[in-house]
Design a protein around this ligand. Structure first.
Ligand SMILES: [Fe+2]
Length: 209
């Protein structure tokens, strides 16, 4: 089963110009429905303990290549995060991810009624080279400074519906999930430095990332 139904080459210019790319209906129908079945099994209590869909090696290669072509970063990507995230209503802040999550890709399953992924492509794209967001906050002088900086540029606001995909550099671009309740996203993250990520804990799988 193919993962994507679109040609990644078509999106490389957009990623390079805008720093991110949103691709509606990027997944094949079969893939979107199969990941949705996986989520329904979890909701029904018959899913696995770690919310990781059983992608074949071929599909994982396709996913790595797809990201590499869109982002123009070749094929030497390590997959560091690969799991379903079921959001509930929680308070989160705009942030940058840790270094192991340098490149993010969200595959849409369900989008809550007012739920949006927010991206700040025009704010600072300085890299978070730390192991967590706290390292970055300390380096730039506190969350208040970040809030002030983000108030100066308009964020992009996206709803990811079933089969839609968004790609953005998670440890460089500020991002945030607005009104998370009811949203289900399958996440992949990658890096070019061979870093493994820690495994997802239950909070991350079922609350927010
Ligand atoms: Fe994040």
């Amino acid at each position: 089963m193919r993962v994507f139904g679109v040609d990644p080459k078509l999106y490389a210019n957009r990623f390079s110009r805008n720093g991110y790319v949103y691709i509606p209906f990027a997944l094949t129908d079969e893939m979107a429905l199969s990941i949705m079945d996986f989520y329904r099994d979890i909701e029904a209590g018959s899913g696995p303990d770690v919310y990781r869909y059983d992608f074949t090696d071929e599909q994982l290669d396709e996913i790595r290549t797809f990201y590499g072509v869109v982002a123009g970063i070749g094929n030497e990507l390590t997959i560091s995060r690969n799991y379903l995230n079921i959001y509930h209503e929680i308070e989160t802040h705009p942030h940058k991810d840790r270094l192991s999550l340098a490149y993010n890709m969200g595959l849409g399953l369900l989008s809550g009624p007012n739920s949006r992924v927010m991206l700040w492509p025009e704010a600072s794209l300085e890299e978070n080279t730390g192991e967590n967001y706290g390292d970055y906050v300390r380096r730039v002088g506190g969350q208040d400074k970040i809030t002030e900086e983000l108030s100066k540029s308009a964020p992009i606001s996206l709803a990811l519906d079933l089969g839609d995909v968004v790609l953005f550099p998670g440890n460089r671009m500020y991002h945030h999930r607005l009104n998370p309740a009811g949203t289900v996203i399958y996440y992949f993250s990658f890096n070019e430095t061979g870093m493994a990520d820690r495994g997802p804990n239950r909070f991350e799988r079922s609350q927010a990332a």
